[in-house]
Design a protein around this ligand. Structure first.
Ligand code: GTP
Ligand code: MG
Length: 444
């Protein structure tokens, strides 16, 4: 997520980290570096100019306050201005209509269809939407209707479509009537993609807008877009008045600067970001949290929210109790691995933890993920008895059977046993400390 900008910016700022005083030259050099970071991340020149002008004014007047190092003060200023670029406050869709009507627009392949489903699912979970209707208004691309129908089916969300109707305006009219008649509380219209600005298709969107009078018109923009997306967004906005942005594919290594720049140039809030192909890979956009993340300060709030969403509290409590009581078997380990997996990719998770961003390499992450995967396979080949009583795993007949069943190597098996023993030992020690009330320095 804006990783390129983050890494580059953190590198620029690291140069002044150890300085106890900053002279004019240091400041100018830092400003130059910051400017280059933004330009290299493909942020629009006008946005960069404004940003630099603002931080320059603040940095020149910098008065060193005792409590903060010069570095901390510079970071604070950059953070404030970054929040300004990202959009000051969190924006969210407030459900106004009955039904709430959302129109999705954007270039071809930007992620409109996927995002339509993601938004419907998100609003059902967070905003008390109970009966959404998705509308397949893309009659041009073969299989477009099928794509939405399939996604809707997976999530048990109704999809309105007409295989024979070739006029999207008529489809929308009918869907609009159905939504009112059958008391749907959300009407979400997925429209056809445009390769570039095309007058006819633009008129079609305007006609749809006039019929349904949407509460939200969301412009879906791919993080991989180049600078020309800003012009495209401008034209869409002039004709249709966009109410919010959704930036997709922020899980890729796209620099994302161009998509990001639309926010400030057109003064349209970023409502959501797409972080993967799965229908739950959508996040509300919080400018302050994103600024912190870009500056390597972590995003603990998002991490806690995510944990609440994915971790089954009862199971965690049970697991915790077993750990404290010194009982911890391979069933528990498997349960723990499953809970971790629910967070998604480990690299995403680690980026939310302050200070850790640059300290763990992708290689280390990959090897941990691989190890967990391996453990899961091996544990799956064990009997219930073996999982409850790991001592049985020393038996060579059992070992041979498990290796055969899992298709793994003896070294891998030994690694699991060793690591499990180490873990159990640590847990027994912690449990002893808790029981004797002797927990110096906490758990870790
Ligand atoms: N990695 C990743 N892929 C995404 C994301 N959003 C969408 N995609 C993928 O991007 C491709 C295009 O997505 P669609 O939702 O079909 O895009 P669209 O705008 O509806 O495309 P058209 O209808 O052809 O204009 C699909 O392969 C999606 O799975 C995202 O946030 N991350
Ligand atoms: Mg589509």
């Amino acid at each position: 997520m804006f990783d390129f900008l983050g890494k580059r910016l953190q590198k620029s700022l690291a140069k002044i980290k150890s300085k106890r005083k900053l002279n004019e030259n240091d400041i100018l050099q830092a400003i130059r570096e910051i400017k280059m970071s933004f330009l290299e991340a493909d942020v629009n020149v006008f946005v960069v100019k404004k940003f630099i002008k603002n931080i320059k004014e603040k940095l020149i007047d910098l008065e060193i306050i005792d409590k903060l190092t010069p570095y901390q003060q510079v970071v604070k200023i950059v953070q404030e201005e970054l929040i300004d670029v990202l959009g000051k406050e969190k924006q969210k869709i407030s459900i106004k209509g009955k039904p709430e009507i959302i129109l999705m627009i954007g270039l071809q392949g930007s992620g409109k269809t996927t995002s339509s489903v993601k938004i419907a699912k998100y609003l059902m979970k967070k905003e008390n939407i109970k009966k959404p209707l998705l509308v397949a208004a893309d009659v041009y691309r073969p299989a477009a209707i099928e794509q939405l129908v399939k996604l809707g089916k997976e999530l048990r969300i109704d999809v309105f479509f007409k295989n024979k109707q070739k006029n999207p305006i008529n489809i929308v009219k009918e869907a609009y009537k159905k939504a009112h008649d059958e008391k749907y509380d959300l009407l979400l219209i997925d429209t056809a993609g445009r390769l570039a600005i095309n007058k006819e298709l633009m008129q079609e969107l305007d006609d749809i807008k006039k019929i349904v009078k949407p509460n939200e018109i969301i412009f879906v923009v791919d993080a991989l877009s180049g600078q020309d997306i800003i012009n495209v967004a401008q034209i869409f906005n002039d004709k249709l008045k966009i109410t919010g942005l959704l930036i997709t594919k922020l899980d890729s290594d796209a620099r994302g600067g161009a998509a990001l720049s639309i926010r400030q140039i057109l003064d349209i809030p970023i409502l959501f970001i797409g972080t993967g192909e799965k229908t739950n890979e959508i996040d509300l956009f919080h400018p302050d949290r994103m600024a912190k993340r870009i500056l390597g300060m972590g995003d603990v709030l998002s991490l806690i929210e995510k944990a609440k969403e994915v971790v089954d509290e009862k199971k965690s409590q049970k697991l915790m109790n077993r750990m404290i009581s010194g009982k911890f078997d391979l069933n528990d380990l498997m349960e723990q691995l499953k809970q971790i997996k629910k967070f998604g990719k480990m690299s995403k998770l680690l980026k939310m933890i302050p200070g850790i961003n640059n300290k763990i390499s992708q290689i280390q992450i990959n090897s941990t993920e691989e190890k967990f995967y391996l453990f899961e396979i091996l544990i799956s080949s064990m009997t219930k008895e073996e999982k409850q009583n790991p001592k049985l795993l020393k038996n060579s007949k059992r070992k041979t059977r498990i290796l055969l069943g899992s298709g793994r190597k003896p070294q891998e098996y030994n690694k699991l046993i060793n690591e499990f023993e180490k873990m159990s030992k640590q847990m027994k020690e912690i449990s002893k400390k808790i029981k004797t009330g002797n927990l110096n320095g906490g758990f870790f």
